[in-house]
Design a protein around this ligand. Structure first.
Ligand code: SAH
Ligand code: SF4
Ligand code: F3S
Length: 471
């Protein structure tokens, strides 16, 4: 039998072969955008769209954008420029490519996108993408008439999302909270994602159980401010993140739980206690601090000092002595002096982060800090960023080298970069490369760590019999 062409599925419906349509989703930004992109694919699956890796030839192309730092809009427009040709090529072959811009740039710059890129069919914000099936249907009918949907609907989009259309692999994201009420002076998130909203715990547990049944073993609970979670249960009680984590840990099959991103002011006692008492909760926390200078933290409207942050770390370490920490830093925030910056370097050394992300401050339209008169020159920002990154990298190297000689449980999640190697994660979120047979993908194996570099570890499998070191 001749195999069907690539865009035809072999399933017979009413006696005829059904051509499958394709959707290509490209995602920038945070893990919540990754989750949203997967949910967009889920929404379009019942309409006959299957995901593909390339934009060329796709029937729908969705750009799921991020607005957090500089040039986000310019990057989008150059991508849209390239896609104009892709869309023209599809039209030349008699097809129609629907081009959609989603995510935080769509939310912030919707009308600008519509005006500057006339070939965009749909602009849809992060709180309205559950309407995609309807928007796609409208766009197919009204060819060339662009649609803008950037409301913050009253009803939750989560109530309109279908079940997952395909398995998520061994490690999955689950958004439990959205939006932010904190209004840090540099940040666009409260404007692009809107006010804080927590999903009901029952809905989250159902989704988590479904993911576990599909083979997920590690679940990362997501929110822009995930530890501000306060979900209303059906019985009228309000659950905190600590409570939710305990309930998720009860789901058979879920062996590892993580959560991100947290704010230092929302690390309550119940959550810290969960780190001591819930074995599935991994000993790793991403806890952004942004700066080590109290003066800059106040100007950033962070509502905590460097000492407050260090006190949270101390409480966490008292509960879970082996907890590894990660953070975000901004250098060159308006008014930052060399002394302020030195305080950031001091904090990095004092905490001893296992890893950390650092960024040059980027003025974002509409945020309070963007109109500050005392901007730090670009050259100074670059020079400070280089120094900060060197300090972070040194700490990272030290942390990874301390793993050498240890036996570490590694969840194998994908093929490694070299033939015969698999990649996995340690409980501390370190990337581990190990020579292992493919059938162990999705398993937790014991690895003796033999080498520790700044970005990853390598080791060898120490035992593979079922019931032994492999689970
Ligand atoms: N909700 C999270 C993170 C949000 S954005 C939190 O509260 O920490 C991710 C990171 O991007 C931030 O932690 C911050 O370090 C960085 N960031 C946000 N806005 C920025 C800006 N205008 N310039 C540079 N970095 C920024
Ligand atoms: Fe942005 Fe601050 Fe909210 Fe984080 S807490 S999303 S940095 S406003
Ligand atoms: Fe970016 Fe929006 Fe996430 S601005 S970081 S995609 S919340």
């Amino acid at each position: 039998m001749t195999p069907p062409p690539d865009n035809i599925i072999a399933t017979e419906t009413l006696g005829s072969t059904v051509p499958m349509k394709t959707v290509h989703v490209r995602s920038w930004g945070c893990q919540m955008n990754v989750y949203d992109s997967q949910r967009m694919v889920d929404l379009l699956a019942p309409l006959g769209y299957r995901p593909v890796d390339r934009a060329d030839g796709a029937d729908i192309v969705i750009l799921n954008t991020c607005h957090i730092r500089e040039k986000a809009t310019e990057k989008l427009f150059s991508e849209l420029g390239r896609l104009k040709e892709t869309k023209q090529a599809k039209a030349a072959s008699g097809g129609n490519m629907i081009l959609a811009v989603a995510g935080c740039v769509a939310q912030a710059e919707g009308p600008v996108i519509m005006a500057r890129a006339r070939h965009v069919d749909i602009v849809v914000g992060p709180q309205s993408y559950h309407s995609l099936p309807e928007l796609v249907a409208r766009a197919s009918r009204a060819k060339g008439e662009p649609i803008l949907m950037t409301d913050f609907p009253v009803e939750s989009k989560f109530d309109h999302l279908p079940e997952e259309a395909s398995p998520r692999g061994v490690s999955a994201f689950l958004t439990i909270q959205e939006g932010c009420d904190k209004f840090c002076a540099f940040c666009v998130v409260p404007y692009t994602r809107g006010a804080e909203y927590s999903r009901p715990p029952g809905d989250i547990l159902v989704e988590a159980a479904r993911l576990a049944l599909s083979g997920v073993r590690e679940l990362t609970l997501l929110g822009q401010n995930v530890n501000a979670y306060h979900g209303g249960a059906r019985d009228g009680t309000i659950w905190t993140l600590g409570q939710l984590i305990r309930a998720v840990a009860e789901i058979p099959g879920i062996d590892r739980i993580r959560y991100t991103t947290s704010h230092p002011n929302d690390m309550d006692d119940a959550l810290i206690a969960a780190h001591a008492q819930v074995p599935a909760l991994m000993p790793f926390l991403h806890l952004p601090v942004q700066s080590g200078s109290d003066r800059i933290l106040a100007r950033m409207n962070r509502k905590h000092s460097a000492a407050d942050y260090l006190a949270v770390i101390e409480r966490l370490r008292a509960a879970r002595p082996d907890i590894a920490l990660s953070s975000d830093f901004i250098v060159g925030f308006p008014g930052e002096t060399e002394k302020d910056f030195q305080a950031t370097l001091d904090l990095v050394v004092a905490v001893g982060f296992a890893q950390a992300y650092s960024f040059k401050y980027s003025p974002r339209p509409g945020t309070p800090a963007s109109s500050a008169a005392d901007a730090v020159p670009e050259a100074v920002k670059s020079e400070r960023l280089a120094r900060l990154q060197a300090t972070i990298l040194k700490g990272q190297m030290r942390f990874n080298q301390a793993s050498v000689g240890q036996i570490v449980p590694v969840l194998l999640d994908r093929a490694g970069s070299r033939p015969g190697q698999l990649h996995g994660r340690s409980p501390h979120m370190q990337s581990v490369h190990v020579a292992a047979p493919v059938h162990l993908l999705g398993r937790i194996v014991s690895v003796r760590i033999e080498d520790g570099r700044a970005l990853s570890l390598t080791g060898s499998l120490i035992q593979t019999e079922p019931g032994g070191m492999v689970t």
